[in-house]
Every structure is written in C-alpha cells, then in structure tokens.
Design a protein around this ligand. Sequence first.
Ligand SMILES: [Mg+2]
Length: 389
Amino acid sequence: MEAEKKAISLLSKLRNELQTDKPIVPLVEKFVDTDVWNQYLEYQQSLLNEGDGKPRWFHSPWLFVECYMYRRIHEAIIQSPPINDFDVFKESKEQNFFESQESIIALCTHLQELVRTIDDLDENQLKNEFFKFLQISLWGNKCDLSLSGGESSSQKMSIINSLEDLKPFILVNDFEHLWSLLSSCKRTREKASVRVDIILDNAGFELVTDLVLADFLLSSKLATEVHFYGKTIPWFVSDTTVHDFNWLVRQVKHCNHKWMSRCGADWERYIEMGRWVYHDHVFWTLPHEYSAMSQVAPDLYAELQKAHLILFKGDLNYRKLTGDRKWEFTIPFHQALNGFHPAPLCSIRTLKAEIQVGLQPGQGEQLSATDPHWLTTGKYGVFQFDGPL
Ligand SMILES: [Mg+2]
C-alpha cells in the first residue's frame, strides 16, 4: 500500500507538470535507457534559444513529449518497489482481448479451414488470401486504447465480412509489391530461408490479426520464419510487451473453441521450433526517429537487415519512420524515410496522427474537403512500401 501511494503521488506530480506546461525534467531513476533519454533531452534543449531555453510540455515536438510521458509513467512505477514491474495498462489490454472473443474465433476458424486446403490453392487464390490477411492485420490496427483514451476499443464485428466494404478506405495500396517480393522469394529460394519481421503495435485483438497473418505466411510458405518486435515497457496504453505476447498465445491455446485452441497450439510450436522469434529492444521505447537507428541502436539495425521484408504496424511506427515532420502529402515515402532502409519495408497503418506522405496530387486536399478528420480517426489505412520496385 505504501508503494501504491508513492506511485500515485509521482503520477499526480507528473499530471500537474503536464497540465501547467512545466519544463521537461531529466529522468532520475537508474534504468537501462536513462542516460540515452537524458542525452536526448539535452539535445532538445540545445535546439532552443528562446525564452528560458527549456523544453516544455506544450511547446516541444509532440513525438518527443508523448514518448516522454509514457516513459515518466514507467518511472513512477520503477521508483515504487515492490510494484516496480507492474503494468498499469494490463487490465485494459486483457479486456480488449476478452471482448473481441467472437471476432478472434471467426479469424482462427477461417485460418484453420484455409490451412487444411492451402496446398491445393493456385497462385491467384493464394494471392487473394494473402491480401485478405494483410487487410485483416491493417483493420486490426483500428483497435487502439491510446486513441480511445482507454475506453473499450475491442473488435465485436467479424472483420472478414467487412473487408470488401473497407477497401475504398485504403489510401495507398502497395500490396502488389509485397506479393511480388514474397512470391519471387518463394520461387527463387526453394530451400533457403525467407524471413519476414513484424514490428508490432497493439496487444489484444490487433496482435491476434498479426499472429494470424504470420501463421498464414508460414503455412503458405511465403516465409519460413517470422520475427516479432515488441516494447520493453508498457507503452502507448495498448502496445505489446513480451508478457502480452506470451499471455495471448497461452490464452488462445487454452480457449474452449476447437479451432482457436488449435491456433494457439500451432503458435506455441512455432515459437519452440524457432520459426517464430520474439525480440526485445529498448530502442522502440526511445523518442528517436528511425533514421537515427543505425547510430543509436546499430545492433537492432543489423538484426533488421537480415529480413527480406519488414512490416511496421501502426501509427507510432509511421511517425517515427517519417520523423513526424510536417511533410507535404505528396512527398515520396522513400524521401520521408530519410535514409532508413535496413531491408524492403512496408507500413501497415490506420491513420491516427496528422501525418501522411506518398499520396497522389490532390488526394489529401480532396479528403480534407470531404472528411475534415480523415487523418486522425483511424477510418483510413495504408499499405505503404519502400524497396526495390
Ligand atoms: Mg499502439
């Protein structure tokens, strides 16, 4: 109870600093990333020469301040042993999973029925199924607790039946590039490994859509191994940690539904066999944009270079890929990546932040005219690819 009281008082101090636009202060508690964070804060400070020269909540770049807020929430917890490994968002993440049960059953059933006949599918049918699983993973990204302010964001409708109706909301669709990349890997690398890396976003329903996609990639032999990357600490409310990942696979396996538990058993086997690999890296919860990864986290950059394709899920990844700049809508994705290119990559993202690049001339203006909130509601999505075309 003493620890809880301490954490709550640290959190209310944080809330007060935020609400009254106080200067951003260095982190105090020693943790693996504390020095890197404080160096980044100094760097932000060096960019300012107005006022008192201190970064503040209302004035500093949003990407930095938003990441800093989640890091400070974590600091309040690690400063309060013995609850220093408590996940403040655990309950809402688990609730999202349980409230999405029917949708999850529908997805698992679809996957298991498909897997049974997958070797009989011709090239075109396989391509259609691949596109279907990608769209499921895209729209799974709508379920975001940082967007809904922690309110329920579960998936209650079956997503598979809505895919056709949702197609007009895909603003950039580079699906053909993904298909030709993986299908040519499959043809030319008969015995070698083909690796797809997925940089995860949210736990709960979205994570199920990502695992279903990853299962399809193995079952269809479009890939031979899939690597996942999650967050080291609780992040942006619903983001996946290693605990969420393992918890979800266990839940799916122990479910009372035949096809769902079959999925869970398959997934556990993939992990045991090393065909699914989960990676932790502190870089994902730093404030840096991805063009800085090769300097800040060269080991992680080198790991990503081993992939044939990297899928970046969600909005925060998109903001970090593009540096969260105020880009023109028509700037090419490749240019916004600012030299970040460990391997061919694709952003799979529903739009929740005011940034979008790589649109056709006039497309952004037309959207603004018909739907003023198109950038932030999660209603629209993209498959945006950068790689050899
Ligand atoms: Mg998220």
